[in-house]
Design a protein around this ligand. Structure first.
Ligand code: FES
Length: 160
């Protein structure tokens, strides 16, 4: 479902330029990856060997760091991140159904992004407002006491 934007020669030149700012500075891998992510909205997989070469590391070492840090992404992210709570309080009050409905509305699975790059869908263990269960968050906004009608209102325009 995810549609990766094609990385152009100009993009690769830009990535090489960023990498060259950190040449052989192994300690700077995180800020370097963050800078690439800031530029593209994610870390294009094509940048991994360039980063590895620039820092004098193996690509697997760079991939390992990206996999470890949940704030680093190798897939494009949506403009809005939807987080559906899977915590116990939300689960017993219908959170599973809410997640299923959100998936249907956006036509994506967890961890995926809509083709128009509008939404990325994630789940979280608990967002700390269990009294409002079941909950979901869109961007920074918590939507409590969710039900099928509210899900429909939130995402109605995504269908079609
Ligand atoms: S379990 Fe969902 S907010 Fe706590």
């Amino acid at each position: 479902m995810n549609k990766l934007r094609t990385i152009t020669k100009a993009d690769l030149t830009r990535i090489k330029g960023i990498v060259s700012e950190y040449s052989q500075q192994k300690w700077a891998m995180i800020p370097l990856l963050q800078k690439i992510q800031d530029e593209f909205g994610y870390i294009p997989p094509q940048s991994i060997p360039l980063v590895a070469r620039g820092l004098g590391l193996f690509p697997s070492q760079v991939q390992g760091v990206i996999s470890f840090y949940t704030q680093l992404y190798t897939q494009p992210r949506g403009r809005k991140v939807v987080r559906v709570c899977r915590g116990t309080a939300c689960h017993v009050r219908g959170g599973k159904t809410i997640l299923k409905l959100v998936k249907q509305h956006l036509d994506i699975d967890e961890g995926e992004t809509t083709p128009d790059l509008e939404y990325t869908l994630e789940t979280v263990a608990c967002i700390g407002v269990c009294a409002l269960a079941p909950n979901l968050v869109v961007g920074d906004h918590v939507h409590g006491h969710m039900n099928p009608k509210k899900v429909d209102q939130l995402f109605r325009n995504q269908e079609g």
